[in-house]
Design a protein around this ligand. Sequence first.
Ligand SMILES: Cc1cc2nc3c(=O)[nH]c(=O)nc-3n(C[C@H](O)[C@H](O)[C@H](O)COP(=O)(O)OP(=O)(O)OC[C@H]3O[C@@H](n4cnc5c(N)ncnc54)[C@H](O)[C@@H]3O)c2cc1C
Ligand SMILES: *[C@@H]1O[C@H](CO)[C@@H](O)[C@H](O)[C@H]1NC(C)=O
Ligand SMILES: *[C@@H]1O[C@H](CO)[C@@H](O)[C@H](O)[C@H]1NC(C)=O
Ligand SMILES: *[C@@H]1O[C@H](CO)[C@@H](O)[C@H](O)[C@H]1NC(C)=O
Ligand SMILES: *[C@@H]1O[C@H](CO)[C@@H](O)[C@H](O)[C@H]1NC(C)=O
Ligand SMILES: *[C@@H]1O[C@H](CO)[C@@H](O)[C@H](O)[C@H]1NC(C)=O
Ligand SMILES: *[C@@H]1O[C@H](CO)[C@@H](O)[C@H](O)[C@H]1NC(C)=O
Ligand SMILES: *[C@@H]1O[C@H](CO)[C@@H](O)[C@H](O)[C@H]1NC(C)=O
Ligand SMILES: *[C@@H]1O[C@H](CO)[C@@H](O)[C@H](O)[C@H]1NC(C)=O
Ligand SMILES: *[C@@H]1O[C@H](CO)[C@@H](O)[C@H](O)[C@H]1NC(C)=O
Ligand SMILES: *[C@@H]1O[C@H](CO)[C@@H](O)[C@H](O)[C@H]1NC(C)=O
Ligand SMILES: *[C@@H]1O[C@H](CO)[C@@H](O)[C@H](O)[C@H]1NC(C)=O
Ligand SMILES: *[C@@H]1O[C@H](CO)[C@@H](O)[C@H](O)[C@H]1NC(C)=O
Length: 698
Amino acid sequence: MRALALLLAAVSVHSVAGHATRRRDSHNDLYKRAIARRNIVLDGSIADSYDYVIVGGGTAGLVLAARLSEDSNTTVLVLEAGDTGEAVQDQIDIPSFAYYNSLIGTSYDWNYETVPQPNASNRELSWPRGKVLGGSSAVNGMYLVRPSEVEVDAWASMVENGSIWSWDNLYDAMKKSETYTPPVTTVDDVAHIEYQNSSHGFSGPLHASYPGYMMPQVGNWTSTFNNVGVMTSTDPDGGDGWGAFVATSAINPSNWTRSYSRNAYIDPLPPRSNLAILPNATVTRLVFTNSTGGNLTATSVEYASYRGAATQSVSVSKEVILAAGAIGSPQILMLSGVGPADVLQAAGVTVQKELPGVGQHLQDHIYAEVTWKTNEQTAATIYYANYSDDTPTVSTPFLSFINSATAYVNLSTLVAEPDTYASEIADAVNTNAASLVPSQYSEVVEGYKAIYNITAQKLLTSSVGQMEILLSLTGAGQYDQQVVSVQAALQHPFSQGRLYINSSDAFDYPIINPQYLSHNADLVLLRQGLKFCRTIGNTSPLSAAMGEEVSPGSSVNTDEEWEEWLAQNIYTEYHPSCSCAMLPESQGGVVDAQLKVYGLNNVRVADSSVFPFEFSAHLQAPTYGLAEQAASLIKGTYVNADAPSSSSSSSSTSTASSSTGSSSSTSKKNGAVSALRQPSWAASLGVATLVVLSALAL
Ligand SMILES: Cc1cc2nc3c(=O)[nH]c(=O)nc-3n(C[C@H](O)[C@H](O)[C@H](O)COP(=O)(O)OP(=O)(O)OC[C@H]3O[C@@H](n4cnc5c(N)ncnc54)[C@H](O)[C@@H]3O)c2cc1C
Ligand SMILES: *[C@@H]1O[C@H](CO)[C@@H](O)[C@H](O)[C@H]1NC(C)=O
Ligand SMILES: *[C@@H]1O[C@H](CO)[C@@H](O)[C@H](O)[C@H]1NC(C)=O
Ligand SMILES: *[C@@H]1O[C@H](CO)[C@@H](O)[C@H](O)[C@H]1NC(C)=O
Ligand SMILES: *[C@@H]1O[C@H](CO)[C@@H](O)[C@H](O)[C@H]1NC(C)=O
Ligand SMILES: *[C@@H]1O[C@H](CO)[C@@H](O)[C@H](O)[C@H]1NC(C)=O
Ligand SMILES: *[C@@H]1O[C@H](CO)[C@@H](O)[C@H](O)[C@H]1NC(C)=O
Ligand SMILES: *[C@@H]1O[C@H](CO)[C@@H](O)[C@H](O)[C@H]1NC(C)=O
Ligand SMILES: *[C@@H]1O[C@H](CO)[C@@H](O)[C@H](O)[C@H]1NC(C)=O
Ligand SMILES: *[C@@H]1O[C@H](CO)[C@@H](O)[C@H](O)[C@H]1NC(C)=O
Ligand SMILES: *[C@@H]1O[C@H](CO)[C@@H](O)[C@H](O)[C@H]1NC(C)=O
Ligand SMILES: *[C@@H]1O[C@H](CO)[C@@H](O)[C@H](O)[C@H]1NC(C)=O
Ligand SMILES: *[C@@H]1O[C@H](CO)[C@@H](O)[C@H](O)[C@H]1NC(C)=O
């Protein structure tokens, strides 16, 4: 039953289902609040045409909606497949419910599954994704962790004019998205959290902070790493994101609730007659006309409210922006005739633009964990002891406790001879490209090599973490709450997979094949990461909390035993990405540096599908940054901190590809953020909190 021990206790909710259901009935109004519902269309009535149609009202989509509609002369429509989420608002708002009462597995989750994974015991692994306004930011674990400068600059180096996406620019965009609040004293006294104000923003929509309650084990986290030679990071969000630290979380410290794209970017807005957000609208395809020169122009977007419902259509006068996420965006392109010709033909979709890279290069973070019994209280034991059916006695701050003790460790922490190891992997690029790419298209093979090369040559040997190590104090369900786990998640996979449609019906799910552990290096490194987890659990001071190791336990010791065990025990860390990769078209790219889909005049993709490789970080912080920068790009107001002049005209792309791997101290800039056109979020928040449209009785 250890197999149920997901990072977010996602599936293990089954073991407490009876408990959770009874309690939900009596306490579903735990937090009484007024729901702002401005700009959200509940009766389906929208205009015939909009300047911008945003497909997907998730993490990135709602950032774009808020920013693009700042111009009152521009009309913006968001089409979101999921519902508003208001019927389950407590489950979204209360941070610890991500573990104990989550929306994973409900109708607010797409509930995708992979095809059987041959290198993971042929298991079909579940791939949750938020299907609700806010998308995955409404259901995720709230870790708000940034990639490192080296990685972001490596991404920017992969495409022409890529310096739009340099660290300096993405850093400013991530700061623009947030309002950071340091930990409260009671929490800091326990956890001793290190941070730098200079790495943060203080006037953005998203709240970045920490839980209001802290478990004592977290206070022993960084010193345990120090005792095995891994340093504490004093500034994890400033571009050097390695070492051990207590991560920032997307939590609003004014009332200890989740901060996510809807309540950050949309609810505080004043009514905007130029913005409409339509829930229950599944986009089925984009409709194109040929324009002179051969590129296609999207003229309308079709959508339906449920399988079998009549298709409706809305015209677009400027652009379509796909923000349907790492599964939805490539799926919609393929349904619209943009993708690999073999896939489209087999699915019965007319090819409009042959683009072999759509859905390819699919990557994800996978993890497994080592678990010990403990005699100490865990967050789970406190929750289940206190949160009884009729008389919940847990405090609001306690209900915001989520896991956040984090470390990113590099190659030399994991393997004995890092340089030899790295060069062996680098040398094997052609062999692996010949056997491990799940596509016949030479462009996709070239893209595999480009991603592989940058990973092997720039990331593997740098200081950047190869393995994320997390402390879990939230148990694995009621049957074994009194456990502590240390998790290892592989950050830069060499395995790449793909997703593709096998039906022209948008309500049929795409086939998802991440090819987990198809590259041997992933197996080796994750095995080493798990051994390191065991070392951490057996190192003082954390070891004082640990009793018997219950999983995998004393029978798993040799490399072969670890590898056999982990094939049966890896799960997704919920970070699928790269399925509409920003790469040259000749490398199976889908979008260019402007996020424009090759061959289409007015369609961009702006969500977590465009990163060309996985970062050593969770994905939401870079996704918020990407969406902020995309909005600035589309509005023609973005400032390129890397460009020689600080011109902010609409054609402000720079020509030079950015330098990579520069030392962090040389290029941190703080000036550009103030040069970005910055609306007064503080002012609009102030107004908005006074205007409450409707109180929702749950
Ligand atoms: C369970 C879970 C835990 C996670 N934990 C963390 C974490 O702790 N920290 C972190 O940083 N990241 C975490 N992540 C990852 C992170 O949340 C995502 O990578 C990120 O939110 C993705 O943003 P996005 O805008 O690309 O997609 P999403 O936020 O998923 O938005 C896509 C939206 O498009 C909609 N959509 C899809 N298809 C269609 C269609 N055909 N028509 C209309 N709408 C459509 C979807 O319903 C959704 O609302 C987690 C993810 C999950 C699922
Ligand atoms: C939390 O506070 C925000 C303001 O910062 C408010 O908009 C929101 O409704 C509050 N949430 C709850 C559940 O009370
Ligand atoms: C969306 O659809 C669900 C299921 O049919 C329904 O319960 C809900 O009221 C709808 N929401 C909106 C905003 O139309
Ligand atoms: C609004 O857009 C119209 C049409 O594009 C243009 O004529 C007008 O000048 C714009 N107004 C403002 C205030 O930008
Ligand atoms: C790169 O920028 C230059 C200068 O603005 C421009 O001429 C060129 O078309 C751009 N290339 C791409 C692929 O966007
Ligand atoms: C960050 O800023 C806050 C508010 O000004 C201040 O209280 C705090 O001490 C600062 N922290 C650091 C590490 O500089
Ligand atoms: C943390 O470490 C201290 C020793 O440094 C120890 O006394 C304490 O029990 C530990 N607490 C937990 C919860 O591990
Ligand atoms: C565009 O033109 C091509 C080539 O003539 C044709 O195959 C395709 O069907 C056209 N697409 C549209 C949307 O008209
Ligand atoms: C758990 O409940 C007890 C009373 O039963 C209370 O004293 C304690 O503070 C609660 N713990 C938390 C973390 O809320
Ligand atoms: C990857 O690196 C290898 C070896 O250095 C080289 O032969 C190949 O051309 C590179 N491929 C790409 C796509 O950069
Ligand atoms: C890798 O991490 C170890 C431990 O923190 C550190 O001593 C070493 O310098 C790091 N290596 C690189 C290349 O940064
Ligand atoms: C993955 O599974 C296939 C099929 O069983 C096998 O041929 C291959 O060697 C495995 N790869 C790794 C890295 O274990
Ligand atoms: C068509 O799009 C490609 C990029 O996808 C661009 O290079 C080309 O200039 C475009 N052609 C026209 C006529 O706009």
